[in-house]
Design a protein around this ligand. Structure first.
Ligand code: NAP
Length: 256
C-alpha cells in the first residue's frame, strides 16, 4: 500500500480520470475526498457510490472549483474528516471547441475559470493547509499534452493548460522549502466522457488513433498509476516536472 494513511483530495472525481485516480488512491490506503460539481445529481450519486465501495473511509464533497469559498470548504471538510491533507489532485477540467475568431468571452471565462483558476485555488488552499500542519505534501495537476502542443479550435483549453504548466513550475519552487512537491500529469487521448464525441465517431477515432504511436486511446487507470507514483513517498525528489501519459502522441504530432 503506497499511500497508507495519507489523506487526499481529488477534484472533478465523479467521472473519468479523476474517478480512477480517487479509486486507486483509496486502493493504496489513502482516505480520499471525492469532489463533484454541484450542477449534477448524477455526479453526486457517482461520487457517493464510489466512496461507499472504497476499502478505506472517504468522503464525497460537492464543490465548484471556480468558487473560492467552495474550494476552501472542501479542504476544511477533508481536514475535519481525517485530520490533515497530504495530497491534492487538481483534476477538474472542461473544454469548449470553437474557432478562435468565433470564441466568446463567456466561453473563455468558463474554461479558464475551471481549468486555471480551479487549479490555482485548489493548489493554494491545499498548500496553505499543508504548510500549517507541517510535514510536506503533494500537489498534482491534471494538465494535458496541450500545455505544450497547440490544438486549433481549443485556444482557451490550451491557454488554460499552458497556464497550469507555469503555475506548477512556479509553486514547485515556492513550496519546496515546505517539503511540498508540485507536478503535472499531461495525458494524451484518454477514453473518458470529455472525448465522447470522438469515441462515438469511427472516423474521428481512426484519425485520432493514427496520431498515437501506441495505436490506441489510453485508459483512466493508466493515468491514475502515474498519479499514485507522484503522490507517494517514492516521488519525494520529483518536483516541477510534467509526466506525459500519451502513448507517444507528443513525439508524432500533427493533431487530429
Ligand atoms: P471528464 O470525465 O469530463 O472529467 C472532468 C471532471 O471535472 C468531471 O467530473 C466534471 O464534472 C468536473 N468538473 C467540471 N467543471 C467542474 C467544476 N467547476 N468544479 C468541479 N468539478 C468540475 O473528463 P476527463 O478526461 O476525466 O478529464 C479530467 C482532466 O483530465 C481534465 O482536467 C482534462 O482537461 C484532463 N485531460 C483529459 C484528457 C483526455 O483525453 N480525457 C486529455 C488531457 C487532459 P461534470 O461531469 O459535472 O462536468
Amino acid at each position: 500500500m503506497r499511500l497508507q494513511g495519507k489523506v487526499a483530495l481529488v477534484t472533478g472525481a465523479s467521472s473519468g480520470i479523476g474517478a480512477a485516480v480517487a479509486q486507486r488512491f483509496a486502493a493504496e490506503g489513502a482516505h480520499v475526498c471525492v469532489n463533484y460539481r454541484p450542477a449534477s445529481d448524477r455526479d453526486r450519486q457517482a461520487a457517493e457510490s464510489a466512496v461507499a465501495a472504497y476499502p478505506t473511509p472517504g468522503i464525497a464533497f460537492q464543490a465548484d472549483v471556480t468558487r473560492r469559498e467552495d474550494v476552501d470548504a472542501m479542504v476544511a471538510a477533508t481536514v475535519k474528516a481525517f485530520g490533515r491533507l497530504d495530497i491534492a489532485v487538481a483534476n477538474a477540467g472542461i473544454e469548449i471547441k470553437r474557432p478562435f475568431l468565433e470564441a466568446t468571452d463567456d466561453e473563455w471565462a468558463r474554461v479558464i475559470g475551471v481549468n486555471l483558476f480551479g487549479g490555482y485555488a485548489t493548489a493554494q488552499a491545499a498548500a496553505r493547509q499543508m504548510v500549517a500542519q507541517g510535514g510536506g505534501g503533494r500537489i498534482v495537476f491534471m494538465s494535458s499534452v496541450h500545455e505544450d502542443i497547440p490544438f486549433p479550435g481549443y485556444t482557451s483549453y490550451c491557454a488554460s493548460k499552458g497556464g497550469i504548466r507555469m503555475l506548477m513550475r512556479n509553486i514547485a519552487i515556492e513550496l519546496a522549502p515546505h517539503g511540498i512537491t508540485a507536478n503535472d500529469i499531461a495525458p494524451g487521448a484518454i477514453a473518458t466522457p470529455i472525448n465522447q464525441s470522438v469515441l462515438d465517431d469511427p472516423e474521428s477515432m481512426r484519425n485520432a488513433v493514427s496520431e498515437i504511436p501506441l495505436g490506441r486511446f489510453g485508459r483512466p487507470d493508466e493515468v491514475a498509476s502515474v498519479a499514485v507514483f507522484l503522490a507517494s513517498d517514492e516521488a519525494a525528489y520529483v518536483t516541477g516536472s510534467t509526466y506525459y501519459v500519451d502513448g507517444g502522441l507528443t513525439q508524432q504530432v500533427t493533431m487530429y
